[in-house]
Design a protein around this ligand. Structure first.
Ligand code: CP
Length: 309
């Protein structure tokens, strides 16, 4: 498990199967410990800094909860406007500064590559909590943990990733991890929001079966898992283009009736309109269980990069 110690967590492609196994084992241990004890003291005396220059509910609060459940402390910048970034401070200088206060930094920023810049500047581990339309590796790790729990195995699954695959950093990171387990992938999106070509060609080069389609029903009928994503309005420079694609993919009771098979549904959240609330009571609707798993996986990540697991 030593391979996480002192490491930055920046990209879905940095993990091996062995890393994923170690992380799942550690997260499952924390899940058991938390259920028994409520909170732990493993990271007593350690400080986490969360630097969020883009909005977040789940990622920031689950990292902060994870640190506190492990007995550590948290300092936080919840928005760019409340920090010296508003005065023009660079990401690198912010990270170098915050590393004087904290043992580990979690950063979210609207620009691709920003987390890497922070990592190069800071002498403590930096965890990418989303860099624009780039990567969101810790979401992918909690997705993998959830898939393993919900479906019992990670091997040879058929997975449909649906929605804004161009801008969706969660799906960019998740495809990297699914490819380690020989998943068959359906990429379901409007033509304008297809998965970036370099990701598709890299998967194909590595022998991962990939089908790109606009037909969610056809893909879902062949899949074990539907991974829904929001169309990311904030990434559009021309809002008329957003209007053309919004609401394209919606799962509701009628869709599930027509599908006529059991399927597991995940979503990194927040959702807008792509999963109707009537689906929430469906047994395969796992997205709020997925939220809960974020705590255990982020506890594992913090403990591992700090060399305590
Ligand atoms: N899944 C996710 O990244 O959610 P937040 O934007 O609320 O952090």
């Amino acid at each position: 498990m030593g391979s996480f110690r002192g490491k930055d967590i920046l990209h879905g492609n940095q993990f091996s199967k062995k890393d994923i196994d170690a992380l799942i084992k550690t997260a499952a241990g924390f899940e058991r410990d938390l259920k028994r004890q409520g909170s732990l003291t493993l990271l007593k005396g350690k400080i986490l800094a969360t630097l969020f220059f883009e909005p977040s509910t789940r990622t920031r609060l689950s990292f902060e909860t994870a640190m506190q459940r492990l007995g550590g402390g948290v300092v936080s910048v919840a928005s760019g406007e409340s920090s010296s970034a508003a005065k023009g401070e660079s990401v690198a200088d912010s990270a170098r500064t915050v590393a004087q206060y904290a043992d580990v930094i979690v950063i979210r920023h609207p620009r691709i590559g920003s987390a890497k810049e922070a990592a190069e500047a800071a002498p403590v581990p930096v965890i990418n909590a989303g860099d624009g339309a780039g990567q969101h590796p810790t979401q992918a790790l909690l997705d993998i943990y959830t898939i393993r729990k919900e479906l019992g195995s990670l091997r040879n699954l058929t997975v449909s990733l649906v929605g804004d695959l161009k801008n969706g950093r969660t799906v960019h990171a998740l495809t990297e991890l699914l490819s380690l387990f020989q998943a068959h992938l359906y990429f379901v999106s409007p033509g304008a929001l297809r998965m970036p070509g370099e990701i598709v060609s890299d998967l194909k080069r590595r022998g991962i079966p990939v089908v790109e389609t606009e037909d969610m029903m056809q893909a879902a009928s062949k899949s074990d898992l539907l991974y829904m994503t929001r169309i990311q309005k904030e990434r559009f420079t021309d809002l008329s283009e957003y209007e053309q694609v919004k609401g394209r993919y919606v799962i509701d009771g009628r869709f599930l009736d027509r599908l006529r098979k059991e399927i597991t549904i995940l979503h990194p959240l927040p959702r807008v309109d792509e999963i109707h609330p009537e689906v929430d009571s469906f047994p395969g609707a796992a997205y709020f269980r997925q939220v809960k798993n974020g705590i255990y996986v982020r506890m594992a990540l913090l403990a591992m990069v700090l060399g305590k697991k």
